[in-house]
Design a protein around this ligand. Sequence first.
Ligand code: ATP
Ligand code: MG
Length: 419
Amino acid sequence: MTDRVGAAVVSVGNELLNGETVDTNSAWIGRRLTGMGIEIRRRFTVADDAGEIRTAVREGIESADLVIVSGGLGPTRDDLTRPAVAEMFGRTLRVNDALLEALRARFRARGLDELPPSNITQAEIPEGAVVFENAYGTAPGLAVETDAAVVVLLPGVPREMRGIFDDHVRLYLRERFTDRLTAIEHRVIHTTGVPESRLGELLEGALPPADDAVRVAFLPDLRGVDLRLTATAPDAELARRLLDEAEASIAPVVVPWRFIAESGDIVEAVTDALLGRGWRMAVAESCTGGLIGKRMTDRAGASEIFRGGVIAYDNFVKMNVLGVSPDALEAHGAVSEEVAAQMATGACRRFETELGIGVTGVAGPGGGSRTKPVGTVWIASAHEGGVVTELHRFVGDRRAVRERAAQAALALALGALQG
Ligand code: ATP
Ligand code: MG
């Protein structure tokens, strides 16, 4: 394994230190470099001060092959990056004729014949520096190459910084570090309905060792756990092959909970399955109060597969709109298997759909009892093959219980469609 190219990122600006501006440049540069296989070793945020800038660049070079500085390249007095870096490497600042001409042309285009002296400084570059054209503003990007490292200077304005990076710096770095760059590929496996800890235990034997070329991150939220696989290899083709192998060993273990969706949203998988079967769906929602309907209709084109739903919050609606029997409500209560099942079949009947979903539960914070504590949720799916019900005991506050219940209902619908 070659030693990774390391980078330090330096953000310059008083406004970043005092909190007036949030430093988004470092995060953006971090993502870009990481994507190229470059490892971020250090990050600095410094004032508009030549000494501070030099110290950060010097310390950056100590641990990295590459230092990227953003900010302080402008035409004003507080923009000190260029002279500071030129001085520390003993390079004189010289006017670059091509840059000066380009600046003149820019000003002429705006109807100004005279170039303000403060702008002339922007055409000054450290001797021997590589110039990256700025198609988005006046200050070009620069690279100063030394034996120890490459120092890249970019303007602070995010749009300009990003533009120059993508237009020129990427290619420059690829060429410069070509034999040491590694390819990084990601793949995400989506699961729902299984806790992170359980997933971890189940995958114990299937996961590649921690120091392997494929790393696995567990990313949980209220809707489920994503497994993000990251492969590092000399080239992208090999990295993808490593991902294929890792996925093949993980796949059998996650079958009961896995869903496939590019967007990461299980609604996409449900929609695809409905389209595949030529089915339409309707929902009867009590404790989720329309969350499932909202999520189904968030996707454009939902009308092909989603007919509508009822927010059956009150028993009056459960009985009078969905046809839930008063006897079932009386005998088992609103949060019960029977009522969830009757809600699902009622939705099918009222909306004339092939698939119906029913959800009834105790979202909290009040309303819980010893036998039906807060978080108790019954969900049901109904179709011609019959009714399937599930009892859940969700943890969390009202929002969490509702979010988890909607997700579980969608997962149950997916199961019914695939079964
Ligand atoms: P210009 O050529 O426009 O003068 P510059 O290189 O001098 O660019 P700065 O003056 O440091 O850049 O910053 C210009 C603008 O960009 C400011 O509004 C500043 O808040 C913003 N900016 C600077 N650095 C960052 C950063 N790291 N993250 C987000 N915004 C930033
Ligand atoms: Mg600044």
